[in-house]
Design a protein around this ligand. Structure first.
Ligand code: SF4
Length: 689
């Protein structure tokens, strides 16, 4: 029996992997505070991933663009990669080689990938897919609290609340065991869809607010206005623990509920009802998810919800608070250790001289030799093969031709590269385009640590050896770094050796892991960061003070601005995207699990029956969904609870079923997160193609 954690989402449910007499591993849920013996169907079926029929067990090489991928040995593959990388950098400079990571990689891999890019390759061009899913709330959290940790409190605290607001989050579908912590509180769900979570809220006497996509910021301003009008703000808290309320209020003062209704479509009476519910509660939480963040104004939208939480006196109090529900398995740890374009390990800014000096000393290099900030994820993908952009890309733990916005464009950019290298355990849609594919181990085949949505560091344990011919990501990085002239000791393959260096690199940083030792993890200690060396973990942040120098949280003045794209005569509907219970991210893993693929075998477009009829469509028929960027062919699923002006598509499917063929890469100016959640579209029957 091996005690470990689920390979998928940020709840990181605990499980046991048991080996049967036939040698086959099966999953058994474990009693752990976050999942309390529960798993969703993805977790239950996760052992099947280890025996996926199309596991890659040998490197693959495409010798020229018109040729197919052919099996080669590891030395041939790694030598080829390094020869081509050297040639590209000699011709075009160090930044002509880029690295792209993922929010599902362990802490050790995230750390090593950043070091590999900046030290072994000397490139500034590294970012990761977490830019697409958490960067807006991270930016908003940093400016409000001086520190970003998704949930700055244990998830178990939620059960004691009277009211929980879930804005742009659908945990009943995406993270079902989390709902066990929300069984007691009344729920206020903010989502354009009548989602599974919204239905649960209504069933239990809660509230569902369904704003027009892209108007959440206006709704949050309307709620703040209503709460103040009802005398529900915590004036003593605002005075004692915050700064900037007056400036923020100047923007909110004009957002009386009737004006918010005009923009959002949510009746003013419902806005007042929700404000009274959360404002009158003695213990309440406001939680946000991707629906708040994935907008060209995502950072300001997250700030608007944080402003509301601060005005009600929630953050930094036991039994109340604000938090962001991270999505990817290591969405929290993945953004702390240096695979982001603008950060170094310890959640340090890459443009901070002291941070550069600290990390450079750990890495044994001169600070002046460390590259500066690079392009953000979509900007990096969009520059591939373009004048001045990267000409080679090394990609780990991501499948961007399915999961990136404007996916057809990303696919075209990949085709313009001189070299595409993909490390994956199967031939994902992106790997299929590569010049070199490196077969790597997956979750239960290697050790490592993950940081869950609460900021708790967890041990992921090896339960089975990888198939013969497969290497770990750390072994791949070691092999490449040594060929690039680095000392072997600088790129260890043992995850615990990488963790030891990560601890030193993070010491004194915002996300301080210096007390995260294998021994403490093995002992089952609840290591919520920051964990200073020999210090105590921090389950609850901000109880005494926030992380700004003056100890106060900051209100941010924010103003509503419309989404980058509006519905019009040509594209009269708004499309929004999200996840299903049976699938995870690009679906590269879950589409390979028989039970999950059978449950949700194809993309659908959720649409109100009247809207479907206006488009000449009926339930179960196939439709072509078109935006200005591309098309998706989807099965029509009518839903009487849907907004008349809004359709929804899950984004787990590739090719002509890819919802991201439609999505808009308009970027938030602060977080550089794309506007996945609002695209103007039109629908027509598939037969009209
Ligand atoms: Fe738990 Fe998430 Fe895994 Fe489901 S996918 S079992 S909610 S960690």
């Amino acid at each position: 029996m091996t005690a470990t954690h689920c390979p998928y989402c940020a709840l990181q449910c605990a499980m046991h992997l048991d080996r049967g007499a036939d040698g086959v591993l099966t999953v058994r849920p474990a009693d752990f505070p976050t999942n309390r013996g529960g798993l969703c169907r993805k977790g239950w079926t996760s052992a099947e991933l280890l025996t996926a029929a199309d596991r890659l067990t040998t490197p693959l090489l495409r010798r020229d663009r018109d040729a197919g991928l052919e099996p080669v040995d590891w030395d041939t593959a790694l030598d080829h990669v390094v020869d081509r990388v050297r040639a590209v950098q000699a011709a075009h400079g160090r930044d002509a080689v880029a690295v792209f990571g993922g929010g599902g990689l362990t802490n050790e891999k995230s750390y090593q990938l950043g070091k590999f890019a900046r030290v072994a390759l000397g490139t500034s061009q590294i970012d990761y897919n977490g830019r697409f899913c958490m960067s807006s709330a991270a930016a908003a959290g940093n400016r409000a609290f001086g520190l970003d940790r998704g949930l700055p409190f244990p998830v178990t605290d939620l059960a004691g609340a009277e009211v929980v607001v879930l804005a742009g989050a659908n945990p009943a579908e995406t993270m079902p065991p989390l709902m066990g912590h929300l069984a007691g509180p009344r729920l206020v769900v903010v989502d354009p869809r009548r989602s599974a979570t919204a239905r649960e809220a209504l069933r239990r006497g809660g509230v569902h607010l369904a704003p027009r996509p892209g108007t959440d910021l206006a709704l949050a301003l309307g709620l703040l206005h209503a709460a103040r009008s009802e005398g529900l703000l915590d004036d003593a808290y605002i005075a004692a623990r915050t700064t900037g309320f007056a400036a923020a209020w100047r923007h909110a003062a004009a957002w009386w509920p009737e004006r918010a209704e005009h923009v959002t479509g949510v009746p003013a009476a419902r806005i007042r009802e929700a404000a009274r519910l959360v404002g009158a509660a003695r213990r309440a939480y406001i939680l946000t998810g991707r629906g708040v963040e994935q907008h060209a104004s995502g950072t300001d939208t997250a700030s608007a919800w944080i402003n509301l939480a601060l005005a009600l006196g929630l953050p930094g109090r036991v039994g109340s608070g604000y938090g962001c529900i991270t999505g990817q398995g290591n969405g929290q740890g993945g953004r702390e250790h240096g695979q982001k374009a603008d950060q170094l390990p310890g959640y340090r800014r890459i443009d901070d001289a002291a941070a550069r000096a600290h990390v450079a000393a750990v890495w044994g290099v001169h600070p002046d030799g460390l590259p500066g900030p690079g392009r953000s994820a979509f900007e990096l993908l969009d520059a591939l093969g373009a004048d001045g952009g990267p000409r080679a890309l090394l990609l780990f733990g991501s499948n961007p031709v399915v999961s990136a916005p404007h996916a057809t464009r990303v696919r075209d950019r990949m085709a313009a590269l001189d070299l595409l290298v993909v490390a994956d355990f199967v031939l994902s849609e992106t790997a299929a385009l590569a010049d070199v594919v490196l077969p790597v181990a997956q979750w239960a085949e290697e050790n490592g640590t993950m940081t869950n949505l609460e900021g708790r560091v967890l041990r992921r344990r090896r339960a089975v050896a990888p198939p013969q011919g497969v290497r770990t990501d750390l072994e791949v990085l070691h092999g490449l770094a040594v060929r690039l002239g680095q000392d072997a000791e600088g790129f260890p393959t043992d995850p615990d050796a990488v963790l030891a260096e990560l601890r030193a690199a993070s010491a004194g940083g915002a996300a301080d892991y210096s007390g995260v030792t294998p021994e403490r993890l093995a002992g089952g200690e609840a290591l919520y960061w920051p964990v200073p060396e020999d210090g105590t973990p921090t389950p609850r942040l901000f109880l005494d003070s926030f992380a700004h120098p003056d100890g106060r949280a900051r209100f941010t003045p924010v103003e509503y601005r419309p989404s980058a794209e509006q519905a019009d005569g040509d594209y009269p509907l708004l499309a929004t995207t999200g996840r299903l219970m049976g699938h995870y991210q690009s679906g590269a893993q879950t589409r390979r699990i028989g039970e999950l693929a059978a449950a949700e075998p194809e993309v659908y477009v959720e649409v109100h029956p009247d809207t479907a009829a206006r488009c000449g469509l009926a339930d179960g028929e196939r439709a072509v969904v078109e935006s200005r960027r591309g098309t998706t062919v989807a099965r029509v699923r009518t839903c009487p609870g849907a907004r008349l002006d809004t359709v929804f598509l899950p984004f787990h499917y590739p090719g002509e079923q890819a919802a991201n063929n439609l999505t808009n890469p308009a970027l938030d100016p602060t977080s550089r997160m794309p506007e996945f959640k609002v695209s103007a579209v039109r629908l027509r029957p598939y037969t009209d193609r």
